[in-house]
Design a protein around this ligand. Structure first.
Ligand code: HEC
Length: 105
């Protein structure tokens, strides 16, 4: 009994290289990147096309750098420094992938 309990606890444990339940990004979900990117739409417009400098079509590296600069305070912000802290690095990478892969129009 005790062994079974221990085994199930170990099975749930997050070990490096092994995905655990609370690891939000599931790259195999084809809609995950789009859904994450949609959380930016309130302010950046649907699909990242807005009056601000559009997020769509920006190079992935530039987006990630800007987001990182918001996080560290390097890039001054009214709100983005708080928003960016709500996402894991993996989630931000998915978001940057998605926006950089979209066509400007
Ligand atoms: C509540 C509104 C809001 C939301 C939601 C939001 N942003 Fe922003 N974003 C801003 C504002 C305002 C700025 C201008 C910088 C500032 O004052 O914070 C900005 C600036 C940026 C910039 C820099 C634009 C540039 O090229 O100079 C990037 C990149 C960015 N946001 C990405 C994102 C991403 C990715 C998300 C979703 C994870 C997101 N934003 C969600 C309001 C928002």
């Amino acid at each position: 009994m005790r062994t079974a309990l221990l085994a199930s606890v170990l099975a749930l444990a997050c070990t490096p290289g092994v995905a655990c339940a609370q690891d939000a990004p599931q790259p195999q979900d084809p809609h995950l990147a789009r859904n994450l990117a949609a959380t930016c739409a309130n302010c950046h417009g649907t699909g990242g096309r807005s009056v601000y400098e559009p997020l769509v079509g920006q190079p992935r590296v530039k987006l990630l750098q800007t987001l990182d600069d918001f996080r560290t305070g390097e890039h001054e912000a009214t709100i983005m420094h708080q928003i960016v802290r709500g996402y894991s690095d993996a989630q931000l990478e998915l978001i940057a992938d998605w926006f950089s892969g979209q066509q400007k129009n």
